[in-house]
Design a protein around this ligand. Structure first.
Ligand code: NDP
Ligand code: MG
Length: 373
């Protein structure tokens, strides 16, 4: 039996992680759960799984035997005292960085769904994982696929990683006026059901940009491309020196990638996803970087390194929040990221605190752009 700690248990990935755990009651036991402010769902999860440690933002009543932490640092404090075999990091945004750093210090496995922390603080996170002997298994479906594809050859023989992108809800219809897209339209993804922020990121293609940087960091390469693949059946590919391309395919299903991160190096039966029956034609398209410039911006940030990826990610997080509150338009999101990259000089990333300061600076700058518009 392996023990599992789920950070961000009330979110899309967190809920699906608990579905996987429920399917294997003899293999996995939940020892820690953390949430943000969805206390209704969180209380039900705590009652069902009776974790030893629970944390969320507001103070709530917990059953006897569960140690509780509340407030902004609660997830980090929970990570500090958690003894688990697997730490699933499914908190969204830069808020995941501090608890992720604590999880890494435990020296076990981190099943990493969050992408913003590794994009902003790749060096810090990976150096620390190496120092503590922590194994990071990606949960993001593309990176899970790349992780699996890399097993087919030697690292020195990898020519490039090719991520697949569904394109989100607006890619295929060139007549959609992107500047008029509403938050309600943007969160409706054609092939995946995800949290609000990542759904908006998929619609702007910022998500693919974050994933390009994430892949560059996780797999230590600058050779990361992407292709439009609307069916989301091929989850990503690795091209080797002999021009062979290895791919991972299945019907789109996040529980499969989550399950793999828990069971790796083994594969358990999965009744939640049907075997692929080849009835779906698979198609590929060239990216349209004029309408969707974010992946190209991200590639530049990957090559530039330092704080450039953090500016990309944090400016997006601030802009998406403003878009959801209807303070800016859909196309403003990428415009704001571009502008933030232009006015902030790239520096070396030395510490997490530096990134929190960068967030404060970006909040002020972006607030000023928006009020001037
Ligand atoms: P959701 O928005 O659905 O869930 C986020 C989780 O984090 C919730 O449990 C939320 O709590 C919690 N949370 C948010 N802010 C804080 C905070 N400040 N402190 C503590 N907890 C917080 O996101 P997703 O599940 O969609 O995504 C999670 C991460 O995984 C993201 O980084 C995303 O990019 C990545 N990812 C997601 C995929 C998906 O299919 N959804 C696919 C690949 C990667 P509450 O709701 O209780 O407030
Ligand atoms: Mg993904």
């Amino acid at each position: 039996m392996k023990t599992v700690a789920v950070f961000g248990s009330t979110g899309s990935i967190g809920v699906q992680t608990l579905n996987v755990v429920r399917r294997f009651p003899h293999e996995y036991k939940v020892v820690t759960l953390t949430a943000g402010s969805n206390v209704g769902l969180f209380s039900k999860q705590v009652a069902e799984f009776s974790p030893s440690v629970a944390a969320c933002l507001p103070e709530i009543e917990l059953p006897d035997g569960t140690i509780g932490f509340f407030g902004d640092n609660a997830a980090s404090k929970a990570a500090e005292i958690t003894e688990a075999d697997i730490y699933v990091m499914a908190i969204s945004g830069l808020a995941a960085l501090a608890p992720l750093q604590e999880c890494i210090k435990r020296g076990k496995r981190v099943a990493l769904a969050n992408k913003e922390a590794i994009v902003c603080a790749g060096e810090i996170v990976l150096d620390s994982a190496a120092k503590y002997g922590t194994e990071i298994i990606p949960v993001d479906s593309e990176h899970s696929a790349v992780f699996q594809c890399l097993k087919a050859g030697e690292r020195g023989d990898v020519r490039r990683i090719v991520l697949t992108a569904s394109g989100g809800p607006f890619y295929s219809d060139k007549n959609v006026d992107l500047s008029a897209v509403t938050p309600e339209q943007a969160v409706r993804h054609p092939t995946w059901n995800m949290g609000a922020k990542i759904s908006v990121d998929s619609a702007t293609m910022v998500n693919k940009g974050l994933e390009i940087i994430e892949a560059g960091r996780l797999f230590s390469t600058n050779f990361v491309d992407y292709v439009i693949h609307p069916e989301s059946v091929i989850h990503s590919m690795v091209e080797f020196a002999d021009n062979s391309t290895v791919a991972v395919m299945s019907y789109p299903n996040m529980e499969l990638a989550i399950q793999y991160a828990l069971t790796y190096p083994y594969r358990f039966v999965n009744d939640g996803v049907k075997p692929f029956d080849f009835s779906v034609p698979l198609t590929f398209g060239k990216p349209d970087e004029k309408r969707f410039p974010a992946p190209a911006l991200a590639r530049r940030c990957l090559l530039e390194g330092g704080t450039a990826p953090a500016v990309f990610s944090i400016a997006d997080e601030i802009a998406v929040d403003m878009f959801m509150k209807k303070k800016i338009t859909f196309t403003d999101i990428t415009g704001i990221i571009d502008r933030a990259l232009c006015i902030n000089e790239t520096k070396r990333v030395e510490s997490a605190e530096q990134l929190y300061e960068l967030r404060d600076v970006l909040e002020k700058q972006i607030g000023a752009f928006v009020s001037r518009k």
